[in-house]
Ligand binder design. Sequence first.
Ligand SMILES: NC(=O)C1=CN([C@@H]2O[C@H](COP(=O)(O)OP(=O)(O)OC[C@H]3O[C@@H](n4cnc5c(N)ncnc54)[C@H](O)[C@@H]3O)[C@@H](O)[C@H]2O)C=CC1
Ligand SMILES: O=C([O-])CC(=O)C(=O)O
Length: 326
Amino acid sequence: MKTPVRVAVTGAAGQIGYAILFRIANGDLLGKDQPVILSLLDLPQAQKALNGVIMELNDCAFPLLAGVTPSDDPRVAFKDVDIAILVGSRPRGPGMERSDLLAANAEIFKVQGKALNDVAKRDVKVLVVGNPANTNAYIAMKSAPDLPKENFTAMLRLDHNRAVSMLSEKTGTPVKDIEKMAVWGNHSPSMYADYRNATAAGKPMPEAVNDEAWYKDTYLSAVGKRGAAIIEARGLSSAASAANAAIDHVRDWVLGTNGKWVSMGVPSDGSYGVPEDVMFGVPCTCENGKYTRVKGIEMDEFSKGRIQHTLNELLEEQAAVADLLK
Ligand SMILES: NC(=O)C1=CN([C@@H]2O[C@H](COP(=O)(O)OP(=O)(O)OC[C@H]3O[C@@H](n4cnc5c(N)ncnc54)[C@H](O)[C@@H]3O)[C@@H](O)[C@H]2O)C=CC1
Ligand SMILES: O=C([O-])CC(=O)C(=O)O
């Protein structure tokens, strides 16, 4: 039997928490032979509900679940964790933009970044889901100076999965036969879902779609605004698909992608004209527990403009939290 991996999930009593914990405990995150210990963080006022979730986790009698502990203190919840999925924060409601959440949620990620810095494993893998995810991940990274920067990532995978699914529907290609999709930039409507290198069953995606006007005028904004469309339809933000994307992101990071491209928000190394440390969505491949950016993608004028647009938004978000990080 393998040694259990310690996984922290914050906001564990919330709706994404309710969708993700049972799948992690079932082996969807790290494999069907890997025991896990769940360390669950939520606010003091959510502890009663969190205990109810733990009762349900226990009632599933998951063979891989080697322990579950609740806490309302990040320094307790993050102690010695190998993986931290930071979900806990306020979601937006109808009519709100993600930028409206920045003020409400930034402080959370400063506190949690510091706690990770002090008590987590030195190779902890951190995924920030709570919005605005890129800038929250940037805040957590900057608040954890003793941890390697590459430990911190933001979730672009929901956008990636939405982008692939919509191309699958448009072209009639099964999702499994779509490769090399790339979502650049911020997890917000400014993101750039770039299909130029993608393939549909081996055929170049632009050819398979054969409708550039649809791509530029309909598809790009449909991917970018999908979160708002879900809120409009459900009255609540996406939860099961967000949980699924978080599992995809961490699983691929830990277990590898076999050469397949996935989109991840990672601290920039300066490539593609993105200043260092900006938490930016880029296509990556993963192997041996490490991600590598796909390098050398040619940029046409349209792509340069889209990347600059989403970068500008991230730089504005960073400027808005600069005081918090002093
Ligand atoms: N990056 C992405 O693709 C997506 C991100 N999200 C974001 O995920 C976040 C969570 O969404 P939901 O689960 O639907 O919200 P929710 O409101 O159902 O749950 C949030 C949970 O976080 C807890 N929480 C709040 N502050 C906390 C803190 N300081 N420490 C620990 N726990 C804390 C709350 O008590 C609550 O239990 C939101 O920010 C939402 O916008 C949602 C969908 C997709
Ligand atoms: O839109 C929201 O607020 C939730 C989210 O991030 C998404 O579904 O993409």
